[in-house]
Design a protein. Structure first.
Length: 140
C-alpha cells in the first residue's frame, strides 16, 4: 500500500512500476543463492514486496499509452497473457524441479519474467495526460 501511495504522490508510474518488477525479480533470483532457510525466506519476502506493489502500479499504465477501444483490447490481452502464465508456470516449475532436482532453476525462470516486464515497461511510451483522463490535445 505504501509504494503505490508514494507513486501517486510523486505522480510517477513508469519507473515505480519497473522498480517493483526489479525488486520482485531480484528477490526471486537471490533466494536461489542462499542455503540458509532464513535468508531464503527473507529474499522471498523481498520478492513479495515487489510482487504486491506491481498490480496497483502496473494497471495505471495501459490507459497511459492507449486510449478508447485500444485500451480495452490492451487490458484484455494483458489479462489473457496473465491467465496463460498462471496456468503454465506451475507446470514449468514442476518440470524444472523434476529435471534438476531442486527449485532453483524454476525460481530463476520465474525471476526472468518480472525482469523482462521491467524492461518492457521502460521501453513502452507513456502519456501522463491519458493517465489523468485528459485528452492528449488538451494537455499540450
Amino acid at each position: 500500500m505504501i509504494w503505490p501511495l508514494l507513486s501517486d504522490r510523486m505522480q510517477e508510474r513508469k519507473w515505480n512500476t519497473a522498480l517493483a518488477f526489479l525488486v520482485a525479480a531480484a528477490g526471486l533470483a537471490l533466494s536461489t543463492h542462499f542455503p540458509d532457510p532464513v535468508l531464503k525466506i527473507t529474499m522471498l519476502c523481498i520478492a513479495a514486496v515487489g510482487m504486491f506493489a506491481i498490480a496497483p502500479l502496473f494497471w495505471t499504465l495501459p490507459t497511459a499509452f492507449l486510449s478508447g477501444t485500444a485500451a480495452a483490447g490492451g487490458i484484455a490481452l494483458i489479462n489473457s497473457i496473465g491467465n496463460l502464465a498462471g496456468f503454465a508456470a506451475p507446470y514449468a516449475m514442476g518440470y524444472l524441479k523434476d529435471a534438476t532436482g531442486g527449485f532453483s532453476a524454476g525460481l530463476l525462470v520465474v525471476a526472468f519474467f518480472p525482469f523482462l516486464s521491467a524492461v518492457l515497461v521502460l521501453l513502452l511510451g507513456h502519456n501522463p495526460a491519458l493517465e489523468r483522463g485528459v485528452a492528449p490535445e488538451a494537455a499540450d
